[in-house]
Design a protein around this ligand. Sequence first.
Ligand code: HEM
Length: 196
Amino acid sequence: MVEWTMAVLMQHPEIMEKVKKELSDVVGVNNTVEEFHLSNLSYLNAVIKETFRLHPALPLLVPRCPARSVHLNGYTIPKGSRLFINMWCIHRDPRIWENPLEFRPERFLNDPDNSNHYGNDFRFMPFGSGRRKCPGIPLGEKLLFFILASLLHSFEWRLPHGTVLDMSGQFGIVMKKKEPILLIPTPRLTNLDANC
Ligand code: HEM
């Protein structure tokens, strides 16, 4: 997810600028990111959610196998069948999302329910739902947020000259980028040495 987020930010310089401005305002250009800053980084939070939407880590979730036959929306799902829930499609469904292929973090800004991604809103389930939902949410989410905030605040990032960013995914249980991203960092903070 760190790689996908960095890739979408490289694709959208105007969004990268907004993230950096928020980091400068909240953290300050003389400081490195601390855990207590994270709750004030609402734009970066929205960027991460929008990345979850377009590039969910597990596009088909973990397969389900119902213990008894059920009837749902006119369909019969027999006991013992193997079910795949296609979150990748749901996250890009134009009946649910306006201009679904557009990377637009604003759709998650000013969201009164900041926990809508924990499995109760069936339109958006980057961590799955129900009894088999991801048990690593608190760790995964915090680490992702902290790592991205630190990387983006401490360094400027650019693609090597002449590189064309390939955004294709490699389908699997976990959807990775097909081509790993290669980026060049340069220090951004005024007194990075003092903070190391
Ligand atoms: C941003 C990071 C992460 C994302 C996006 C993520 C996403 C997911 C998703 C979508 C599922 C399938 C849930 C379902 O089918 O309903 C899952 C399952 C799982 N995740 Fe994560 N995960 C993350 C981090 C972690 C971490 C840090 C751990 C462990 C410390 C972890 C452990 C697991 C386990 C054990 C399962 C299988 C649960 C089961 O089948 O009962 N995940 N994760």
